[in-house]
Ligand binder design. Structure first.
Ligand code: ADP
Length: 182
């Protein structure tokens, strides 16, 4: 499923973020940037040990912020390591922090004039953010950014399993008030 926003496209796809051939992929990292499970573990395994070596030089990353590295053995040339919030009860600034890390990743892509960027569903795994809520925050932030900037022109949200894709498709229809035929 995809939707046009100005001259850009926001698309949902099921798959593995490490396989994406976009200019950059986003990692759902933790603030140490020294590796973890989930997407982070998969990205480090696929990129190779040089990634951890570069991450060690970065001095970590605050929640809501993002830092860039090379992609090493990945098809994508760069990785933007974004640190999403741990979800507690929704009243601890989680939505603002989640929006901030999407925005920071988009700003980095824009500053490099990259055409395409792939995101995983940040914070929706170990960090426990309810997926439909996280999807709305992602859509609002991406829409806001793409209406004001020329790049990236393709933003792909890569959902790991069929259920995650379904949840995002439902949220996308609702958020953009699209009909089920889209
Ligand atoms: P967080 O700590 O930010 O919650 P996780 O890595 O635990 O990050 O999970 C984030 C989301 O990424 C989850 O929805 C999870 O199912 C999904 N995911 C896990 N592995 C991959 C992968 N290889 N590609 C894309 N998405 C993935």
């Amino acid at each position: 499923m995809q939707i046009k926003i100005q001259n850009a496209v926001l698309e949902l796809a099921q798959g593995d973020i490490t396989k994406q051939d976009t200019d950059a992929i986003v990692n759902a990292a933790n603030s140490s940037l020294l590796g973890g499970g989930g997407v982070d573990g998969a990205i480090h395994r696929a990129a190779g040990p040089q990634l951890l070596a570069e991450c060690r030089t970065l001095g970590g990353c605050a929640t809501g912020d993002a830092k860039i590295t090379r992609g090493y053995n990945l098809p994508a040339r760069y990785i933007i390591h974004a640190v999403g919030p741990v979800y507690r009860d929704g009243t601890q600034g989680e939505a603002e922090l989640l929006a901030a890390c999407y925005r920071r990743a988009l700003e980095i892509a824009n500053a490099h004039a990259w055409r395409s960027l792939a995101f995983p569903a940040i914070s929706t795994g170990v960090y426990g953010y309810p997926m439909a809520d996280a999807a709305r925050v992602a859509f609002a932030t991406i829409r806001d950014f793409l209406t004001r900037h020329d790049t990236p022109q393709l933003v792909r949200m890569v959902l790991y399993d069929a259920r995650a894709l379904q949840t995002h498709e439902n949220s996308m229809r609702e958020f953009f008030a699209m009909s089920a035929e889209n």
